[in-house]
Design a protein around this ligand. Structure first.
Ligand code: FNR
Length: 185
């Protein structure tokens, strides 16, 4: 059984990226479990805090990533880059001071995202590239999922209702799952 997780980089309840992740979960093909990881509750990174021990929400995210064969980052875009809360969470998990092994190294990662503008997080996704490279992640670039005009893709309850976006999301999840399956075979 292949294990995938998706992590939304937004904390807000009505986040488009959280909704996109929620829409992706049931699209996992047979033989794949797809669950969510979370950045909720992660404090601002501070090496002094880390010296006292790894905060529980950081350890949780680290464990979630370590248990996954593949990880999809659902990234919003702020100021043409990665939102601070998301980068902060990944910085925490990546810190070697925690003593545990690098959970990114060699693990399959994919990037997806949606934003209200017409570019659909392309610059945020680009900004993740050097981060994932630095961490030694195995970045899958088989497909791109950058969904623009997020405001028109979801209903008021956050369900993905745009048929084209649904089809693209499904193709994306299936192709990433197939990549991870080949890699772990
Ligand atoms: C944004 N937003 C935004 N969108 C975008 O496509 N490019 C950008 O550079 C920015 N910059 C930006 C900066 C700041 C400070 C905020 C708060 C917002 C809009 C952003 O995409 C929008 O708020 C999304 O709804 C955020 O994602 P979630 O929370 O809906 O997942």
């Amino acid at each position: 059984m292949i294990k995938l997780i998706g992590i939304s980089g937004s904390l807000r309840k009505a986040s488009f990226n959280k909704s996109l992740l929620n829409a992706a979960i049931p699209l996992a093909p047979e033989g794949v479990t797809f669950t969510t990881g979370t950045i909720e509750g992660i404090p601002l990174y501070n090496a002094d805090v880390e010296k006292e021990g790894v905060p529980a929400p950081v350890q949780l995210l680290k464990d979630q990533i370590a248990a996954a064969d593949g990880v999809i980052l659902f990234t919003p875009e702020y100021n043409n880059s990665i939102p601070g809360v998301f980068k902060n969470a990944i910085d925490w998990v990546s810190s070697s001071m925690t003593g545990a092994p690098n959970v990114f190294a060699g693990r399959a990662f994919a990037l997806a995202g949606t934003s209200p503008n017409i570019f659909g997080t392309v610059l945020s996704q680009n900004a993740w590239l050097p981060v994932l490279r630095t961490l030694g992640a195995d970045l899958w670039s088989g497909k791109r999922l950058m969904l623009p005009k997020a405001g028109s893709l979801f209903d008021k309850d956050g369900s993905l209702v745009d048929e084209d976006a649904k089809a693209r999301l499904k193709a994306f999840v299936e192709a990433f799952a197939a990549y991870v399956a080949r890699k772990t075979a």
